[in-house]
Design a protein around this ligand. Structure first.
Ligand SMILES: C=C(O[C@@H]1C=C(C(=O)O)C=C[C@H]1O)C(=O)O
Ligand SMILES: [Mg+2]
Length: 441
């Protein structure tokens, strides 16, 4: 059989598209060969770029390029989801994220909320890879849509190997520094403060400065390789900045009306050997302070899910073992009421007390008043949404990469019994993986 390169195959599908097919949303697809999705993304010239992989072993990988449509509000996104659902046919995936606190100033070039329907989507699952072109005809001139799609195909580049991670010398600055951190922890753990606000998740920005930062895709590829049981994401909305991460925490996954979420909070280190590791896990599950951190999260999730769903069920507390830390986790399942949309879930659930605190408003008030760095998309939401299913992570264990600076973020839940120095070390444990990749371990 004569082999047609994937881009040529899509071009010819586009050229032969009949007028009657030019309705609503359509996706043209062809199978393709790809070695590394990030090598493909890194070779492109177009923006925005997006990489997403869910947490389960062997989960589908998505790499997307360009945007057919983008949304800066949940209301606009939900309206578009509803519109395509009404038209019927294949329902596309939208990718994007939200800031931690949309009522404060976030990162430049990262809107409070941004989701997009990609123009090009490269997908890889166990059965192989597919290159797709997304088109919309329901809300625009069909000729203009075809011209734009053709231009995007014409700009596609061949995959190239990712550049090596070269050793850089970084200057490190923590914001807050350890002394200011200790003062904030003391304020939060003061009995008067605890009496009305039992948990505040305080965070730190670690700025690593160097004349030239590494390729975010090369860095993410290496990070991902050592981050099993984590989500993997990369976002590049503009050429000079990227946000990447390997978060272990799920905000929620929805399959139709079935919702899965979790309380992931409470942390200890990994042991030297299996025996010590198990001893640390047992200690973690029995520890009062860490149990309280987790309890604050699940209690609020259960309360919030109550009016939105039926059959809310929570599993036993167990530990999740990551490369440098282990956490307490409780899984939660629920059946959503018929009218509950992703817009509603995203308006209600985040920021969870795993990254904010309880009660939410007073914890946020403390954070707004005392944290000097901007959280931006750190501790926000990141993932995939479609009419049929959605999958969203909590954007922790992440890095913002600019031309001369890498910003690493870590937070720790401060509750009764939190000690400033121990919590500071917990922050370091949470950035240990990426620090060692950068040669700063
Ligand atoms: C806030 C972060 O992590 C959260 C805080 C944890 C804790 O304090 O024990 C554990 C997991 C997450 O709920 C982070 O990694 O930045
Ligand atoms: Mg903790």
């Amino acid at each position: 059989m004569h082999f047609i390169p994937p881009v040529e195959a899509l071009k010819s599908q586009l050229d032969t598209l009949s007028d009657s097919a030019k309705k609503g949303f359509i996706r043209l697809s062809t199978s393709c060969q790809v070695n590394h999705l990030m090598g493909w993304l890194n070779a492109q010239s177009e923006y925005p770029r997006f990489y997403w992989q869910s947490r389960e072993a062997g989960a589908v990988e998505y790499a997307t390029l360009g945007a057919v449509k983008a949304f800066d509000s949940l209301a606009a996104l939900q309206a578009d989801l509803a519109r395509l659902a009404d038209l019927g046919g294949e329902q596309p995936d939208y990718f994007g994220g939200m800031a931690f606190d949309t009522s404060t100033v976030g990162w430049e070039h990262f809107p409070g909320c941004h989701f997009l329907l990609p123009r090009i989507e490269l997908r890889r699952q166990q059965t192989g890879a597919t290159l797709s072109l997304n088109l919309r005809f329901d809300d625009r001139c069909p000729e203009a849509e075809i011209v734009q799609a053709r231009a995007c195909l014409a700009a596609l580049k061949e995959e190239r190997p990712l550049p090596c991670l070269l050793p850089h010398v970084y200057q490190r600055e923590d914001r807050p520094a350890q002394k200011e951190w200790a003062a904030s922890v003391a304020q939060v753990t003061h009995p008067d403060h605890l009496s009305h606000t039992p948990k505040v998740v305080l965070s730190r920005e670690t700025c690593l400065t160097t004349p030239e930062t590494p390729s975010p895709w090369a860095l993410l590829a290496r990070w991902q390789a050592g981050a099993a049981d984590c989500f993997h994401f990369g976002v590049q909305l503009t050429p000079h900045e990227a946000f990447i991460g390997c978060p272990p925490e799920r905000l929620y996954t929805r399959e139709g009306r079935h919702l899965m979420t979790e309380a992931l909070a409470g942390t200890t280190r990994r042991g030297r050997d299996a025996q010590q590791d198990q001893a640390l896990a047992d200690e973690l599950l029995a520890d009062k302070k860490n149990s309280l951190e987790n309890q604050c999260v699940y209690q609020q999730l259960l309360t919030q899910l109550e009016p939105l769903s039926s059959h809310v069920q929570m599993g036993e507390a167990h530990t999740v073992k990551l490369r440098s830390v282990q956490h307490i986790r409780r899984l939660i399942h629920a059946e959503l009421h018929q009218n509950v949309t992703d817009q509603r879930l995203l308006a209600v659930l985040p920021p969870t007390p795993a990254v904010g605190g309880v009660p939410r408003e007073s914890a946020l008030a403390f954070i707004r008043q005392h944290e000097r760095h901007r959280r931006g998309w750190y501790a926000g939401v990141l993932g995939r949404i479609s009419h049929t299913s959605s999958d969203l992570s909590v954007a922790i264990r992440c890095a913002h990469i600019g031309p001369e600076t890498i910003r690493l973020y870590a937070g720790a839940g401060i509750v009764a019994g939190s000690q400033p120095d121990e919590e500071w070390h917990e922050l370091d444990a949470k950035i240990a993986d990426i620090m060692s990749l950068l040669g700063m371990g």
